[in-house]
Design a protein around this ligand. Sequence first.
Ligand SMILES: *[C@@H]1O[C@H](CO)[C@@H](O)[C@H](O)[C@H]1NC(C)=O
Ligand SMILES: *[C@@H]1O[C@H](CO)[C@@H](O)[C@H](O)[C@H]1NC(C)=O
Ligand SMILES: *[C@@H]1O[C@H](CO)[C@@H](O)[C@H](O)[C@H]1NC(C)=O
Length: 286
Amino acid sequence: MAFPVLGFFVLLLLLVGGTIASDNDDSAFDKNYEVTWGNDHVLSLNQGREIQLSLDSHSGSGFGSYLKYSSGFFHMRMKIPGNNSTAGVITTFYLTSKTSRHDELDFEFLGNAEGEAITLQTNVFVNGVGGREQRIDLWFDPTSNFHDYKLLWNPHQIVFFIDDTPIRVFNNYTNLGVPYPTQPMRIEATLWNGDWASPQKINWAYAPFRARYQGFDISGCSTQSSNVEECYKSNYWWNNRNYWELNPTQKQAYENVRKKYMNYDYCNDKPRFPFGLPKECNIQKK
Ligand SMILES: *[C@@H]1O[C@H](CO)[C@@H](O)[C@H](O)[C@H]1NC(C)=O
Ligand SMILES: *[C@@H]1O[C@H](CO)[C@@H](O)[C@H](O)[C@H]1NC(C)=O
Ligand SMILES: *[C@@H]1O[C@H](CO)[C@@H](O)[C@H](O)[C@H]1NC(C)=O
């Protein structure tokens, strides 16, 4: 009898091993995500390996992770709407606590007129306070190919990446009195009409606008399976020393992006803060 039992365990191990492995490659959408808005504007492609969000004059659409996380290295491969998706067609990928005083980390593509560079805005909210916008002109066309947009979040730093290039760093300066996100956050993605906030109005003759998303595996510590403190431990690879700060190559790439492509940084917008720049601005300038 011993042999079949052993066989059963080997089979079980293989099955469990298989599940863990697939977590790191091409998970289907349903495994980690659900549609949250505009069901009839969401299309699942390639057996759920790709999702298309649409925006027309009736509705936008969006999806979000089932779970909330307290640390991780999150990513989404995205191709954003082309064909005259003017400023106002907003494509997003972000983390949000969805609480009344929310923590949030945003990638927002603001669109642009045909032939002009697409602006990518990032923002950081802590305890309901945002206003930390940075904007860059992208050095590639995000409407023609998929790129990987990533958010590293550990107890030391939050880093926004495009592919492997860091474009923004927000350090944990809690000990210097700078707020840092502490609330569990959900991963969300949306395509919506933000033209109320834009100088250009959407031309609906070019609708529907379509964004494509891939990469639904999640490397994160979910606050359902662990408590928050547990999520800060170094047994999660994104929390270990290699991820506490940028390495020299990353630093150089980051400085290059800031110098060449950044067209707005709240830390340089003195008129906006008559009572002084937010604390983190003065620390990060060193
Ligand atoms: C742009 O429009 C062309 C022609 O209608 C279409 O073939 C193409 O897929 C569209 N591209 C995007 C990114 O929507
Ligand atoms: C984008 O808009 C311009 C100006 O209205 C037009 O000439 C061009 O054909 C449009 N491009 C597409 C792909 O629809
Ligand atoms: C931020 O850093 C402090 C140490 O300076 C640490 O105690 C705290 O847990 C960190 N906060 C988060 C949310 O990771």
